[in-house]
Design a protein around this ligand. Structure first.
Ligand code: FES
Length: 189
C-alpha cells in the first residue's frame, strides 16, 4: 500500500489511469458482480488517490455501476477508509482498557504534544495523522500504536520520539521487533 499522499484539496472529477484500470480488471475478475468488488476497489482508490473525496467515490460508483450513495455508505461505515486528507503516516493509538492500564493515556498526551494535531488529527507539518482508536488486538503488548501497517508495542515516550524523529528525518518506518522488547514500556517480571 502506498502512503505518499500529503494533505491536498479535492482536484475535481477523477479518472482512472491505464494502470489503475488494469488493476481493476484483475479485481473484477475475482467477483461474481461488479458491486461485490466495492471493498478492494475502494482500497485501490484510496491507495492511489490518497483519500476518498466525493469525486473519487463517484468514480468508484460509475466504475461499479452502483449509486454513489451506496459507495458513500460503505466508505463511511469503515473507519479505515479516509474521508479527509491525512498525513503520510497515520498513527492509531489504542486507548482501550488493557492499554490504558499500562500507560496509553501518557503516550497519547505525549503524541499530542509532539505532533500538535488539528481537529482532524493532522500534524502541523502535514506528515502525520493521529487517531485515538479502540482495541487493535494487541492487548498484551500495550501501550501500542499502529503506524500505517506496522504495530509498535510496549511504547514509552522515548520510543515514540525515536519513531517520530526518524520519520521526520526521512527514514522509513522502523521494523517493529516486539519479540526483542525494542519498544518495551518497562521491564516485565
Ligand atoms: S486494549 Fe489496546 S490493543 Fe487491545
Amino acid at each position: 500500500m502506498s502512503h505518499g499522499a500529503a494533505p491536498a484539496a479535492s482536484r475535481g472529477p477523477r479518472e482512472w489511469s491505464h494502470d489503475q484500470l488494469a488493476k481493476i480488471d484483475v479485481i473484477l475478475a475475482k467477483y461474481p458482480t461488479k458491486q461485490s468488488a466495492i471493498m478492494p476497489v475502494l482500497w485501490l482508490a484510496q491507495d492511489d488517490f490518497g483519500w476518498l473525496d466525493l469525486d473519487v467515490m463517484r468514480l468508484v460508483a460509475r466504475t461499479l455501476q452502483i449509486p454513489p450513495s451506496h459507495v458513500h455508505a460503505v466508505a463511511s461505515f469503515y473507519t479505515m477508509f479516509k474521508k479527509v486528507p491525512t498525513g503520510r503516516y497515520v498513527i492509531d493509538v489504542c486507548q482501550t482498557l488493557s492499554c490504558a492500564l499500562v500507560g496509553a493515556e501518557a503516550i497519547i498526551a505525549h503524541l499530542e504534544r509532539v505532533l500538535e494535531p488539528d481537529a482532524h488529527g493532522n500534524s502541523k507539518d502535514g506528515l502525520f495523522t493521529l487517531h485515538k482508536v479502540e482495541c487493535l488486538a494487541s492487548c498484551g503488548s500495550g501501550p501500542m500504536m499502529q503506524v500505517n501497517e506496522h504495530f509498535y508495542e510496549f511504547l514509552t515516550p522515548d520510543s515514540v520520539d525515536q519513531i517520530i524523529h526518524g520519520l521526520r528525518s526521512g527514514n522509513p518506518l522502523p521494523t517493529p521487533r516486539p519479540e526483542a522488547n525494542e519498544w518495551q514500556w518497562a521491564p516485565r517480571s
